[in-house]
Design a protein around this ligand. Structure first.
Ligand SMILES: [Mg+2]
Length: 355
């Protein structure tokens, strides 16, 4: 949990730190000397304060009644009558992002979106964040600052605070693991396994923009982040997920992180059911095509099912909701075109940065 001795590695500067300093005292002495010589702008304690202060401004009530950064563990109260939701997701350089393609703020934002989106998919609300971060020694401080700016800005939007984590020096590339702790009223989490034949299948927002951005970037095209917000700044659908759970509308739910074909396959598998979707009903993002909308990952929209008798609004919390198909018997997923021709839809999740 951010022990002071590790912050030297959490905030590396462009100065020569021998990598074979295994002795903790030697490390701290070296850091002190570098600081006295004016090579390091901030001593460790100041760095902790800085991160603490930033983490606190992201959520004024920082862990109500609990303890955040600065102790061996965070102490987080779970609201009465609730169950804890816990999810963990990697964001790895050259797997989930590239420094040449993604501004640091976007990497921080997307890192947290991965975790928050899982909480949304259960109909829960986030309580606290934990981040384990390994950084290469030559990473500029400005990149680290940008990463935290992006992550904490999104955290502030959902009034959730960074409550702890760990830091280390990475042997290669930025490695971030976000853990989000959330909660949901007891027994009310929306699972993947609740879909029944006859239920309708719905999706929020638009699909495919994220894969379209990766496709252009991997072909050497320059794109502007603001034209691909769904890729660079995807918004976790916490509010939509919560409302669907509160109103008892969703029988099963998942977030689209691996692609519609793969994630719908997960719901069918867990529910012991099949599905049939309509090509024309798929909400394809403006700069994407059907292939990206069906198989592209990282859209972080919600895919859910609702019993036939439930009236699902076409817009929830400002986000468009579209019916794209129905749950069927069997275990296969079918896609039907406008002429009524059916084809099996096999899961083909997007592979990151496929050449
Ligand atoms: Mg998920």
């Amino acid at each position: 949990m951010y022990p002071a001795c590790l912050l030297l590695y959490a905030f590396p500067r462009r100065f020569p730190v021998p990598s074979n300093l295994d002795d903790e005292e030697a490390r701290q002495n070296l850091h002190r000397n570098l600081y006295i010589e004016g090579l390091v702008p901030l001593p460790e304690k100041a760095l902790i304060h800085r991160l603490r202060a930033r983490a606190a401004t992201s959520h004024k009530a920082a862990i109500r009644g609990g303890v955040g950064i600065g102790d061996d563990c965070a102490v987080v109260p779970i609201p009465r009558g609730h169950q804890a939701l816990i999810t963990t997701d990697f964001s790895l350089e050259n797997v989930h992002f590239k420094r040449a393609w993604h501004p640091a703020e976007s990497v921080g934002h997307r890192c947290l979106t991965r975790g928050l989106s899982d909480i949304a998919a259960m109909g829960g609300e986030p309580l606290a964040l934990f981040l384990s971060l390994a950084l290469p020694r030559d990473l500029p401080q400005s990149w680290v600052d940008g990463f935290f700016r992006g992550l904490l800005k999104l955290a502030g939007k959902f009034k959730v605070s960074l409550a702890g984590g760990d830091t280390a020096q990475s042997p290669g590339g930025v490695l971030a693991d976000i853990v989000v702790l959330g909660s949901v009223p007891k027994g009310k989490a929306v699972l993947r396994s609740g879909a029944r034949p006859g239920d309708r299948i719905y999706v929020t927002g638009e699909l495919g923009a994220s894969a379209a951005a990766i496709d252009l970037l991997s072909r050497g095209k320059k794109i502007r982040p603001r034209d691909f917000l769904g890729h660079f700044h995807p918004m976790p659908r916490i509010e939509v997920g919560r409302l669907l759970r509160e109103k008892g509308l969703a029988s099963a739910m998942i977030d689209i992180s691996d692609g519609l074909s793969t994630d719908l396959g997960h719901i069918c598998e867990e529910s012991g059911a099949g599905a049939e979707i309509e090509i024309d009903a798929i909400p394809v993002a403006r700069k994407a095509d059907l292939r990206f909308a069906l198989h592209g990952g990282e859209d972080y929209e919600l895919l859910f099912t609702a019993a036939g008798g439930k009236k699902v609004p076409s817009r929830i919390a400002g986000v468009e909701v579209r019916q794209i198909g129905v749950v069927t018997r069997g275990w296969k997923v079918w896609i039907r075109d406008k002429d009524g021709l059916k084809q099996e839809l096999k899961p083909q999740g997007w592979e990151h940065f496929r050449k």
